[in-house]
Unconditional design. Sequence first.
Length: 304
Amino acid sequence: MTDLLKEIQRGFANLGQSGRMLPIKQMPSGYPAWVFREDDKFGVAVECSESLQVSEGFAGARLRTLRRVVEGRERHFLRLESSMGWLRNEFGIICEHMVTVVSGTATREALVADPLVWWQRWRHLLGNALVDKHGYDVLAELLALEALVINGAIVEWSGPFGGVVDIKTPTGDYEVKSTISRYGSVINISGQFQLAASTGKPLQLIHFRFEPVDDGTSIDLVCDRLVTLGIDASMLENGLQQLGMEAGCSARKEEYNVLEARCYVVDGSFPRVVPESFVDGTLPAGVVQLEYKVDLSGLASQGL
């Protein structure tokens, strides 16, 4: 065990939860790093450019940028953190790898220049602990919001906040689905209530087909356009945070072209499973959840 790792692990064990950041003595003066504990979080931090904005997470770790006052001065930090105290010694190994410059100062310069390169390597190493979060599902909901607002609707983005449907308007509800498959038309439906018009208003399903590109539309770009259209910026940000997409999350910068956007009326002729599909409107005894697929090909639709 290196002296650097020992110092990091001691910091995890001995620092209180007051948010203190202590400089790591094993680091050379020109490339400082800090160890911290803040509430239930602990980890390491390095100073970075104020223009850098990162927020990534998987398993029990998160890489993010934030401001903290250190030595009487507000500074911008790139911070690796966790709240899994029972694995703090193992987490310390990753922290050591992040801050060390034992193989040369170029490693630190590369880290603060593009933290996602370092992050992706650890994501691949951890293998099964990784669950990728793609942005196109959320992008689809935001594009649907934009289309409805442009058409004059008063909208409520209810999906991120536990709503029965993704989008509500005074005259109808909308469920939004998306895919990056160029040809498939099969969508996944979760439960017997997702396509049930539970509010008493007409229900429509909007389906987007995307293509990943380098110069297309992203979540952040659509949010900017929605704010220009009068949608509350704090509501959008709160919704994205509820979905695990804080500012700086790479999924918010993923870019796509819209290949197709179709709207389907969910009525008696639309294939679906709803409570009325069962005797007395309830699932069979012993069945607690169902998921099914619907093939949209051949169903009547119109462009969004």
